[in-house]
Design a protein around this ligand. Sequence first.
Ligand SMILES: [Zn+2]
Length: 389
Amino acid sequence: MPKHVAKPPIRKHTGRSRSQSNRGRTAGRASGEASPYDAGMAGAGAGPAERTEPRREVSRLPKAHLHLHFTGSMRHGTLLELAERDGIALPDSLVEDWPPRLSAADEKGWFRFQRLYDVARSVLRTPDDVRRLVLEAAEDDVRDGGRWLEIQVDPSGYAARFDGITAFTDLVLDCVRDASERTGLGIAVVVAANRTRHPLDARTLARLASQYAGRGVVGFGLSNDERRGSTEDFVGAFRIADRAGLLLAPHGGELRGPDHVRQCLDRLGAHRLGHGVRSAEDPALLDRIVEAGVALEVCPVSNVSLGVYSDLTSVPLPQLLAAGATVALGADDPLLFGSRLAGQYATMRAAHDLDDATLARLAEMSFEASRAPSDVVAAAKRDIAAWLA
Ligand SMILES: [Zn+2]
């Protein structure tokens, strides 16, 4: 259907256009011009007009990417092409109105987000589709300065089409090795359970992840709508993952606040928090997080797209940094939010007027919070220092 033919998306909206406080800086930006959501704005001279010193290119800053979901990493053009191939009808919000206007203010809003995610996942039909997705995600991260990627996947979401969770995990790990060899990007996998499914499924996934510990899988997560399901029910799954030495990285502190972050720390033993950004609402909690060295995978554009914050200037990154928190910026689901890895650094630089030393520190922290091998971390830190020099 012609509807699915790739064409330049009409940017009916971006999170930025909803940002009152940033409007002045982008006034006059015609539709079709580079959006601040593109990594392109990371380039020198793309900043506020009043700035005179040269700005280092954000896309050249080495980064580790610690919060990226599997289907959510797909290129928009690839989604359109695969849907066209198989005659899959996509909703307008994934075609001409891309990126979709989203909100997770209530369960209905989240349901809509989840439904779009499920539609996007349905275009992955063959092992070659999966291989292409992983390779393109790796290429895009490399273009954005990525040196290390921990990609998050819930194998049960793909099991029906790819012969079960074990076969799918084998496929993903093979694609990861292949993409890593071809692009030079270090890649590891975080197996994530879905909190809206039965806790026994999560235990099964935790055992699966444990079997692959040290063979490509580095962590265990818990995703989907934080307001649904009971975190307590997933204690068993996280114990299994913990015994295997996996990094424990549940989503928390995104759609729910400090109370749920505490639960993730107390009950699941989280080493790292998917989002965790709302820890900023509770100084005592934030102190505890800093003290414990728990890192926060902050995804600013996702937060604004889903209505966690009204605009990019409201994402409390400066507060988290001032408290001494370890923060790693991530894109979450570029396919649905329209912004990739470098875009997170670029938007936070613009929204909070971050200097280059702060951006370099953010990049360093992304490696410190990762499970990247020590030689990868050391090389990245040398190159981050060189970027800043
Ligand atoms: Zn996420």
